[in-house]
Write a new protein. Sequence first.
Length: 133
Amino acid sequence: GVENVLSKKVILQKTKSPVSFTLSKVNVPAREIRVAVTDEDNVIVGEKMVKLPEGNGKYGFSMEIGPEKKGVPRYKLSVPLLDGESMTLNNSRYFTVNVIDPDSVRSHKVYYSFNGKQWVREPSAPLSADLEV
């Protein structure tokens, strides 16, 4: 089953962002399974094939998601029902992130120059400006 899901709290729309998750298994043979992350409209925003090793235990994996819509969607990371699985209620886990428009994030550079007595902020300096003393 899905033990936990970790992601950034804020990610950029239409860009890839990492998601880490832990899967546990008991009495299920080693196999490769498909892990999918879907949004509230059941649209896949990320998927990955992972190999569960032999033995019981917890195993960490990571994948990338690439949300198309901005907002604060509720995502679901899920794994399929496996043969011999005794409990299926934990085959998914919900998580939320704040998806923002990349154009809303601006890089701000602030320039200073020394006027002989103190440093003076020059926010309108050109990008090629250097600090001068």
